[in-house]
Design a binder for this molecule. Sequence first.
Ligand code: FMN
Length: 208
Amino acid sequence: MVRVTSEVKVKKKKVAWGITGSGDRLTETVETMIKVKEEYGGEVEIKVYLSKAGDQVVKYYRLSDVLKREFGKVWVEVNSNSPFLAGQLQSGKFEFLLIAPATSNTVAKIATGMADSLLSNSAIMALKAFVPVYIMPSDYREGVVVTKLPDGRDLKLRIRKEDVDHVKKLMGMDGVHVLEKPEDIPLVFEKHFRSQPARSPEARFDIY
Ligand SMILES: Cc1cc2nc3c(=O)[nH]c(=O)nc-3n(C[C@H](O)[C@H](O)[C@H](O)COP(=O)(O)O)c2cc1C
C-alpha cells in the first residue's frame, strides 16, 4: 500500500534587519530580536544585514557567532547596492526594513537623503517604493548617556543637538517610524504579523 502524505509548506514573510556600527544598546537589541524570532519564527524570516562598521562593532561585542547561530547567514555591506538589499526592498521581497541600532552617521544620511551606504541606500530606496522603514537611533534624546563598552566598562557620552535634530527630521518623514528603545521592536512585529493584537490599551505606541 502506498501512503500519500500532503505537507503544507507555509511561505514565510521576510523582514530585513539592518545593524549599523553602534555599540549603544546593541546587545539589548540582539537579545530582543532573538525573542522576536522565537515568537514569530514560524511565520517570519528575519534576514540580517550589517554595515561595514556594524560588522566591526558586532565583532567587538562578540555577537557575530550569536547572530549566525540565531539568524543564519549574515550579510555584510560591500557597497550601497551590494548585497542587493535596496533592490529587494523595492521589489517587495520584505514586509519592512528595521535599522536597529542606527548610528548618528546612518541617521544623518537618511535624514538628508544621502544614499551612499548599504543601509542608508536601502532605507531611502524602500521609502521610494512605499515600504515601511523602522529606525532605532543610538542618539535619540539630547543629554548625557552612559553606554557599555565591549569589556563591560561604562562610557559617558554627550548626545549632540545636531544628531537629535536629524532624528526629529526622520520623525517627520513619510514612511519612517522612529523607535526609542529595543522594547519597542516587538510592537512593530505585532502590528505587522498579528491581526488581533493582544495588548493592554496602556501599551499603546505611536506607530499605530
Ligand atoms: C566599538 C564602537 C562602538 C560605536 N558605537 C557607536 C554608537 O553607539 N553610536 C554611534 O553613532 N556611533 C558609534 N560608533 C561609531 C560608528 O561605528 C561610526 O560612526 C561608523 O562610521 C558608522 O558607520 P555606519 O553608520 O555605516 O554603521 C562606534 C564605533 C565603535 C568602534
